[in-house]
Design a protein. Sequence first.
Length: 471
Amino acid sequence: MLASAPLKPTETSMSVRVRFAPSNTGRLHLGNVRTALFNYLFARNQGGTFILRIEDTDRARSRDEYTEAITDALEWLGMTPDEGPIFQTDRMDRYREAVDRLIDEGHAYRCYATPEELEAEREKAIAEGRKPKYSGKWRDRTDHPEDQPYTVRIKMPQEGQITIDDMVQGEVTVDVEELDDFIIMRSDGTPTYNFVVVVDDAAMEISHVIRGDDHLNNTFRQVPVYRALGHEPPRFAHLPLIDGLSKRGGSASIQDYREQGYLSEALVNYLSRLGWSHGDQELFSHDELVEYFGFDSVGRSPSNFDRDKLDWVNSEWMKKLPASELAECWIPFLERKGFDVEHDEQLVAIVNLMRDRAKTLVELTEESSYFFSADFDYDQKAVDKWMSADLKPAIEALIEGLEEIDDWNSDAIGTLYRAVGDEYDLGLAKLAQPTRISLTGSTSSPSVFSLVATFDRDEVIRRLHAGTELL
RNA sequence: GUCCCCUUCGUCUAGCCUGGUCCAGGACACUGGCCUUUCACGCCAGCGACACGGGUUCGAAUCCCGUAGGGGACGCCA
């Protein structure tokens, strides 16, 4: 037996680790969810790890209930993280250690400039048409005052350029002239975002930072921090933002969409296509998304949220999902309407009968309410048009026939309707429309035979009787 | 103000890297028709775009330059 080949770099050392890092100052909106999704899909596609980190250093606005809303939402969407949630507030000691080390090694320094002083300089710069930028006045000073509050600033490179090779944006270069020595620790001893992000991403061995492109400029500040900390920066992917969110009465959180009757599969499918594409394909299963996703196919231009398209994708998923699964998702909507329902054969039959007539679960509930309650108003115009008194004998014959049918199914019911139609010399519509009105209150419904078959026989007869009162 | 990014039908996008097969393809929406016991679904058809201006080239949506418009970033917020 041959000696084993030299070990290649281990899978783990090369493995893909990505993180989704929302702050818990609110619920997830669609933009956040899409960022999470792209992270998740990339991780799965690469056989990597998807990590949730909560950026909770904003103590004034962070709330536990939002953390819960975030994890719930991810779970509902099928993107449960492999690791986390990790909280930054649990890691304060680490940040402080890192700050101390950077000061010791000369990569960072104390700055005693006051907020008022800095504000004045900023205003002056803007007034003179210069870029507002910290002067670096404490960078090399050693005459530190005693008992004065200070911040800690990172030393940025003083000349040259920083280039990142972004997986979405390509190569982007910024002159270090544009950068200043930014604060990494506030005067109250808490670290700032641009610093903790780097400390955490480095410590967690994040291999690819995938985030909104509002962070692209931050990246040029963060790269020198990685270096100062003794780490190579990870790969970056900056996704274009989504325009046009938070319209429609601010109902923008993912939970709101859930309540509006959208399916998680549809939301995921729709969001995946905002900024990413795979040829002409519009509908993707979870597995297809994982298989096809890649940053080569992510666009650089921002996109707009379009409710009509979401509705369409959702309606497609309403048709596609196994009926029993759809029924399960639907039940909460029915219960909220006060309908007492069970996940039984009849409910599944209703789903199959009605599913392709509704774009959302809310619509499905509205369209189907007559199955669950006889308490509806008759459409008066329809009654006037179709419920004529001379139909009475035929309807009564129908009721009689329905009482005697052996197999309660649409074929048998159809046969009966045709027979009664022949007997009374009536077109099918003459019997079908009054039946619809009696059962549903209006003339718009699925095929009458299937409609009748989906109800309990007793209920059909009851409603038909009630309907004859209108003749 | 300075810096960064973006610009194909109303919207999401394919094509752009590797110019010609693109008088630009698909999808949503919209319009019309078909199907039909109603309403939907479905099917078919139609409408509809390379931001603008220069250049390079035999030839540009595709390459180069500029202009305009949009977005983002410039915090002891994240």
